[in-house]
Design a protein around this ligand. Structure first.
Ligand code: ZN
Length: 425
């Protein structure tokens, strides 16, 4: 297992351990500053403020942003199509940029000439990366920003980046062995592929390789996969959450239990319908405001659903944590006034190992929502199981519903988790 030094400490202690009051004051100042800057330099944001009848002086802090609209990715793409190349969201003259990325959408994204954002390196440090580590970046370097951001973040904290990109598994393994690479950056599933390939090549994963830490992203990380990879490779594996548009938003520390909000950006969890911040523990859309003058996205809606907690963490970081990413907002359905998401339905089903397939069907009867969890079972159905499942639905989803058992093979394979059959006419 990696040495103790990798399991504690901070990259930016002054930002990562500040008191809640100090953080609030810090973010208020940063928000007021970026709003004033974007108003002057990013015409798209000026347009939003004019529509609200607001002036930069009206935004003195985070609370004043609550009434601002959430800008979704789709709206950015639309705006760009009308106003190439950046739809009015670039805060600098094109001549001053460092790169332009071509991301799926398609959307053009401006990148600063000098990369000063420390959020990815905060995440690496929290995950155990240290100065002098050689780190293989196995994300895609072709057109899109993500791998470049990681490369910049690594070099910023004194790590040595090996930009291998995706694929070429055998060459990846050779490089891991020959360079005694300590760090892996990529998806968890590709790390598993690499481990299998290394074994196939006759290598001992712990003796012939020197992997100490992994930073994984872009995929769900099942705990069983984390445990097996950590064990096989003798390394620490930590995950992070962010998007190509707004960069790193949160990351796991040594103690895990969710992902700390990255310092130096504003992460909000908002009601996807109203854009208002939700309370601790409530599910909502993750929205981000970044303090990047090149690409000053303000209240950018990631489309991802999560919740946050203020629970104290043993690592000493004082920021709240995103508990977990629960799915996409566009898969969320409002039932009896509550947001129900596929992850919640999955959580209910997983409590009952005899459930082989399931689907939540939402209908409308006499102007009321009816929620039915249709399940196919491996073994005999009974009334007691039905009642226990209905209680679990109520507990997890906080909406009451009924359970119906169906003959195996009734539900189409790969059916969506929530089937909303309500009609409103
Ligand atoms: Zn922590």
């Amino acid at each position: 297992m990696p040495d103790k030094d990798r399991q504690s400490g901070f990259l930016k202690p002054e930002l990562e351990t500040m008191s809640r009051e100090a953080r609030d004051a810090y973010l208020d100042g940063k928000v007021a500053e970026i709003v004033a800057y974007a108003y002057e330099n990013a015409p798209a944001f000026k347009g939003i403020m004019q529509e609200l009848g607001a002036l930069p002086g009206d935004v003195k802090g985070v609370a004043d942003l609550a009434g601002f609209p959430i800008t979704e990715k789709g709206a950015l793409v639309e705006k760009q199509r009308r106003e190439l190349p950046f739809g009015g969201w670039c805060g600098e003259p094109i001549a001053d940029l460092g790169r332009i990325y071509v991301s799926p959408g398609p959307i053009y994204e401006p990148c600063e000439a000098v990369y000063e954002d420390t959020r990815w390196s905060q995440a690496f440090y929290a995950g155990g990366f240290r100065r002098g580590d050689i780190a293989q970046v196995t994300f895609n370097f072709n057109m899109v920003p993500f791998a470049f951001m990681l490369d910049e973040g690594l070099r910023q904290m004194g790590c040595i980046s090996v930009p291998t990109g995706v694929g070429n598994t055998e060459t990846q393994v050779q490089a891991l062995r020959d360079l005694k690479t300590q760090g892996y950056l990529g998806t968890p599933s590709f790390l598993a592929v690499i481990a299998d390939k290394a074994e196939e090549m006759g290598l001992d994963l712990q003796k012939d390789l020197n992997l100490q830490v992994a930073f994984v992203a872009a995929e769900m990380l099942p705990e069983s996969l984390r445990a097996s990879l950590q064990e096989r490779l003798g390394m620490l594996i930590r995950q992070s959450y962010g998007t190509a548009d707004v960069g790193c938003l949160s990351y796991e520390c040594h103690h895990m239990g969710g992902m700390h909000f990255a310092a130096d950006c504003l992460v909000e969890v908002v009601d996807p319908e109203t854009g208002r911040p939700v309370a601790e523990g409530e599910p909502g859309e993750v929205a981000a405001t970044v303090f990047n003058k090149t690409y000053p996205l303000i209240r950018f809606g990631t489309g991802d659903l999560s919740a946050f907690t203020w629970e104290k963490c043993a690592c000493g970081r004082t920021s709240p944590k995103l508990t977990r990413i629960m799915g996409r907002v566009d898969q969320v359905t409002k039932i009896k006034g509550m947001f129900v998401h596929p992850g919640g339905v999955q959580q209910v089903a997983q409590k009952f190992p005899q459930v082989m397939a399931y689907q939540l069907v939402v209908t409308r009867q006499a102007h009321r929502d009816v929620m039915t969890l249709v399940c196919e079972l491996a073994e005999g159905e009974n009334q007691e199981l039905k009642l226990r499942m209905e209680a679990a639905m109520k507990e997890v989803l906080r909406v009451s519903g009924q359970v119906d058992f169906a003959e195996p093979g009734t539900l189409p394979q790969g059916c969506k988790i929530i089937d909303d059959r309500r009609t409103w006419d």
